[in-house]
Write a protein that binds this ligand. Structure first.
Ligand SMILES: C[S@@+](CC[C@H](N)C(=O)[O-])C[C@H]1O[C@@H](n2cnc3c(N)ncnc32)[C@H](O)[C@@H]1O
Length: 243
């Protein structure tokens, strides 16, 4: 319903065609092309074609309007394996933006994926981009619902993708009871700033469990595990699958 209304807004205000258009062959700098990108992604979303979204959008010039990182199917398999190995059954994504990554992740992994965003006024206004999951909105000071989710998150992985607010990051971690933290963001050579970065920005409470580059984009998925539990979790998993 939210998507429908937001798309109607796009179409009414920018004369966007409702027909599907190809991305790369029609690139230009005008507004209509940009909006066609959003409309096309929404159409694919409605058809549940997440594979086509990641395959076709990952290098589109307008991709950041909806999502900063489009993981490949191999990246999504990597994430699924990490979540299974570490005993997680869900993901809570902080600063999820449009929620496109979170929707793709839930479709690809079968896990429950929720997303938290700040600034309710922006996300509820008609100029906001479409949203692909229901957003859990919070003020910049953590509200009770989100705090409860963090406190009851022992089988949940906490995800930050292109997050850029260190104080808020620390605040979320302060309440998080789970043992898995995922940071997706640019590596050193990318020339883009996030805070936290995927590497080197967490305290000694966390050890790097596994990491993988997103395609060859210089963006990285870094999976961390609570220091005192990483080895136990891996051992339990290995016993379970007999390796
Ligand atoms: C660069 S965007 C990344 C959005 C999305 N994760 C992506 O990869 O496309 C960072 C997001 O973090 C959100 N954000 C900033 N501070 C936040 C906070 N304290 N709690 C939740 N979200 C926050 C912003 O509103 C913004 O949508």
């Amino acid at each position: 319903m939210i998507i429908r209304q937001q798309l109607d807004f796009y179409r009414n205000n920018h004369g966007v065609s409702t027909s599907r258009t190809l991305f790369t062959s029609e690139l230009g700098s005008n507004m209509e092309t940009e909006d066609n990108f959003v409309v096309t992604v929404v159409d694919l979303y409605k058809e549940k074609k997440w594979r086509e979204i990641v395959d076709r959008c990952h290098d589109h010039p307008e991709r950041n309007k909806l999502l900063w990182v489009f993981p490949s199917e191999a990246n999504l398999r990597f994430l699924t394996e990490c979540l299974v190995e570490l005993g997680c059954n869900g993901v809570l994504s902080i600063g999820c933006g449009s929620g496109l990554l979170e929707w793709i992740l839930s479709e690809a992994t079968g896990f429950r994926v929720s997303g938290v965003e700040v600034d309710g006024a922006w996300w509820q206004c008609k100029y906001a981009p479409p949203t692909f999951i229901p957003l859990l909105l919070t003020s910049s000071k953590l509200d009770k619902n989100v705090m409860n989710l963090l406190l009851r998150g022992d089988t949940t992985a906490l995800l930050f993708c292109y997050f850029n607010n260190r104080d808020a990051f620390n605040e979320y971690l302060k309440y998080f009871s789970g043992r898995v933290l995922i940071i997706i963001g640019p590596g050193d050579g990318k020339g883009v700033h996030t805070d936290p970065k995927p590497f080197g920005d967490v305290t000694d409470d966390w050890i790097l469990y596994k990491w993988e580059e997103v395609r060859n984009s210089k963006d990285y998925i870094a999976v961390y595990c609570k220091n005192n539990q990483a080895k136990d979790v891996e051992m339990i998993y290995k016993k379970k699958v007999n390796v």
